[in-house]
Design a binder for this molecule. Sequence first.
Ligand code: 6PG
Length: 477
Amino acid sequence: EKAQIGVTGLAVMGRNLARNFARHGHTVALHNRSYGRTKDLVEQFGDEGKFIPSETAEQFVASLERPRRVVIMVKAGGPTDAVIDEFAPLLEKGDMLIDAGNAHYLDTRRREAALKEIGIHFVGMGVSGGEEGALHGPSIMPGGPKESYDALGPLLEDISAKAEGEPCCVHVGPDGAGHFVKMVHNGIEYADMQLIAEAYDLLRQVGGHSPAEIAEIFKGWNEGRLGSYLIEITAEVLKQVDAATGKPFVDIVLDQAEQKGTGRWTVQAALDLGVPVSGIAESVFARALSGGADVRKAAADAGLPGPSAGSGEHAGDLRADVEQALFASKIVAYAQGFQQIQAASKEYGWDIDPGAMAKIWRAGCIIRAKFLDFIKQAYDKQPELATLLVDDYFLDAVSGAQQAWRRVVATAASQGIPTPGFTSALAYYDGLRAKRLPAALIQGQRDFFGAHTYHRIDKPGSFHTLWATDDRKEVDA
Ligand code: 6PG
């Protein structure tokens, strides 16, 4: 008997994906650079399903039915290229190499183009949900050629998470589309996490609540419209007590957030596409600021002046207002992320259905939330929606939230509590609603120093003012 699917790279993510396939009745070929991991998997979990372990790449390839489906689950970057170089010569036309790592979508585009030359289908596949998700049902975002999805999709849908009975897996679009969407998922994940952290900080510093009390607040919020995996685990982290010191866990962890890079990639890509993903950008920068120990120390030593946190009152119901600010800022972050997906889809001709992305993020992935139902509905109603903010549900939500949102941002500013997520989201919102933006002045400055020209509101064409002359006459440019 041959295997329906193979997994190479059997560290925890690869191992769990392999077990998930086997648990769903598929025969799974196994391969790892060192055989020890392969052996361990079969020894520990062999009774979960049918596995065909191989010591060599050749044996592994020979153990697969055709067209072969080879899932690569190794570190993104060089290691992925090394595995592709090892396997590509062993495969035949129509076989599939499926990269399930967090690859950069430009690497995926390059790899797909190269493998196409020799008739191998390369599928860059986003997988979200961490170790648990990989084992029990992740959200899966496969890109690559459409025809490869016909042979691969059913297996992936089988092992994916289910939301209201429907698989959290869909063909995202050709070439790098899957990895692009996974990257934006992670960017949104960063924004969600930053906003939650700001909410916690305000409840603690302004409200004077303990981490355990805030855990209860988050638990309550999890029952409402904010209900999501990240809110749920926030409550768990906040109620955790450090065994060694008896202090709240959040008070003994070094306050320097790390990152592996997908959030940064999201922002880099957004800059190239010209999409203002300010919420995601602020969350990446907030992590960088927190990690800048030397700069923070210099600032502390110099005693940068300002109010001490929590030195004043909040002009309203803090808990209710923070919930509103969090929800409104979250809407902005998602609106920006979805706009980025739409922009990339257009740029690369991927034809991504944004509603389908919201649909497959409803379960399995890190940003899973009730909220995504509304995003799906918004795009179902209007596939060409310019921004989520103008959809009825979200418009209504921000209308209801905006006064509270402003109070929260005002409190944070007046008490010196950094809330880059809440504040930038509000600035973005006000930027969108402004009748006139000061961008007109910027155009004037550009024309003044560089003759960069401008457009007029009252007639078509490009114009330049002769700023250096006495009469500063306007001429056609
Ligand atoms: C997921 C996660 C996963 C990983 C992040 C962590 O969707 O399952 O996003 O991909 O945990 O990459 O990212 P940072 O280390 O950059 O916070």
